[in-house]
Structures are given as C-alpha cells and as structure tokens.
Design a protein around this ligand. Sequence first.
Ligand SMILES: [Zn+2]
Length: 413
Amino acid sequence: MSVCLREIMELQFFKRDGAEALTEEGREKHSKALFLVKRLIRCAVEDGATDIHFEPEEKAVLVRYRIDGVLRDIACYDKKTAAALVSCIKIAADLDITQRKRFQDGGFRGAYEKEDVEFRISTVRDVCGDKMVLRILRTSPTDVSLDKIGLSKEGIATLREFVARQQGVLLISGPTGSGKTTTLYTVLKEVDRIRRNVLTVEDPVEYHLDHTTQIEIDPDKQITFGAALRSSMRQDTNVIMIGEVRDEETAVTAIHLAFSGHLVLSSIHARNASAIVYRLLDLGIEPYLLASALHVLMNQRLVRRLCQSCCLPVRPDSAFFEQLGLPALPTDTIYEPCGCKACGGTGYKGRTGIFELLKMTPELRDAIMNKLPQSKFERIVSQQFQTFLVDGINKVARGETSLAEVVHVAHSI
Ligand SMILES: [Zn+2]
C-alpha cells in the first residue's frame, strides 16, 4: 500500500463515529480487520481489479477480484474474520453495521499514489451471510486516450473529425461492462474544453474531468436526465455528454440539442451500430430529424489482451474459420494463452476494445429518410464499414488477443 493510500484511508476510517463508538475490544478487532482490509484493497488497486467480492459460503467467506472482466479467487477467511472485515468496510462507507437484513449502498474515497480512487459498496443478505461487493472507480483516467483503447487509425480520425464539429450526435452501443463510458470519456478528452463549455449528465459520474460541469442523476431530488438536459440549454453549453439514452424524453431532447447547435455524445442499448438507428425510430424520433442529426454510430465489446510473456504460437485451423463464417486470416500464426506469474496464470493481461464504427454517408442518410428495413440498412453498412467481428479477427492476426476471446464475445451479442 502506498503511503498516500494508507494515510488517507486511515483518516477516513477513523474519523467515522461508528469506529469511535466501539468498545476497547471492538476497537482492537477493528484495527486488525482494518489492516487486512487495506491490504486487500491495495492489492486490488495494484492488480487493476474493478471489483472486490466477499462471498459467504457455508463455512467460510471467499474473496474474489474482478480483473479484466473475469472473477478470480484471491483469499478465503473464516466467518468470524470475514464478519470483522465486512463491518470495517461498512463503517468506512457509513453503513449501519447492525443492519443485516436489508440492502445497503454507500461508499468512501481514497487515493492511490497521486490518483483519486472511489469505492462504492453494496451489501445484500445471502442465506450464508453478508454478501458485499466493492466497486473500484479510478476517478482520473489520465492514462486513457483514443489511441490506447484499440481503435483503428481511421476510427481515431473519424472521432477527431467529430469533436471538431459544432453540432451533431455520436452514439455508442454495447452491453454493460463493454467499455462504453471509457470510450465516451476518451472522446470528451479530445474536445477543446478550454474554449468550449462541456457538460455531462451521468448516472453515476464515473470519472472527474477538468473544465467540465458534471451533473449526477438523483431522482429523489428531481434531477432526472430530462430535467438536467433542459437546464443544460440555459447553461451556454457547447458539448453535452449524456450517460445513456434510456427513454423517449432523453432521445427527443438529445436530437433537439443537436439541432440547436450542440455536440451530443451518448450511449444507447442496441445490438449493433445499425440497430441504434432503429432503436431511436422505435423511441419515436422522426426519420428526417434522425437522418440529419446522427454523425457517428459505434458498437463495441472488450476482449482480454494476451499476456505477451507467455502466449504460444499456433497454426490457425482454417476449417474452424469457415465453419463459423469468420473472415480469412491474413497470417498463418496466431497465439493462444498459456499462463505465467506475470498474468496470474490466466494467460491474459489487460483488455482492449473491438469496434464497429459507422460514419454517416449520404446513402445511409437516404436509407434512414426512406425508413428502409433494418436488414437492408445493415447490408449497406456491411459493404462500407468493418464489423466488430472483422476488427476482432484483425486483432487476433496481430497477436493482441486470442481467437477464443473474439468467438466468445461474438456469441454474447
Ligand atoms: Zn502470462
């Protein structure tokens, strides 16, 4: 644990009333538990984990980290020790340690080296005990940029061209956990935030960006996507990032904002980039408005990167490619995961995106205006743009990921 993390964590843990109200014996147990909790958190942050799970089983409690999107067993504690760890985290997050039967949510902040780290806690009562998940949010994505998330040169150029525009809409689709928010932030980071007024409406705010007004949704205080977007129109805003277009009101407002001189970026639930158009038509947007407002549509997935210390070369099985209808490989060597100390025995280290990126063309705008069936629209797209499966296969050919990863992601559509 870095000195910085330790100091800040201690301040935050011991400042809480809950810990001070403990008996002397309780305080001693609390400080031992605190030591273990800090070690677990430090290791998780260092290993790049996004979540820590405390999972009660019949006789013990399992601790697992989610690294690169996959859970990994880390430690196992007896129930007494685990109960002390869970209580310690509940105190830090201002949760009620006596309340075990209802769901509880909370959080606390820390710092790792010079980076702010936010922890969001959620507990539920499992039949075997308290199940707790700590979500780790690295709040300053300083190391994330457009050229590091797996985009092609053409893709980067399209996005840079988009952020230089005065108005228009960029939408990105993909399942939960496919890196949409990170991509939206990397695009926002390309905006000239010194000269332009940038506002985000998010649920929740995941990263903090300088020169940006960030609004967090809070329905209890009537801060909804719709209300926040309406107020953004009175805030002399140039660029607006909406966490997600979920309903008709948000969709209509987003399109309206694009027509009133704003650059709008958001995510939406849709099967692929083409399906975004039909999702918006289903939400009641007029085809002529959609055809002129949309500029860039994206679809993305995350695949694990092969560990470069241990991956093994193999000859690709061409019959397998044909059987799955995959595009032919431009190489006769691909790589498979093996497992070593550097990657915790998994064969993978880090993740990269695979993308489908569609830039509106006059032909596509006509197709929307004429409300062509989705299958016809998709055919036009496949003739002009690379699908995310082709992007994935190109990454396999370059040895960045394995065929198994791409096939797995392709099947999870
Ligand atoms: Zn390895």
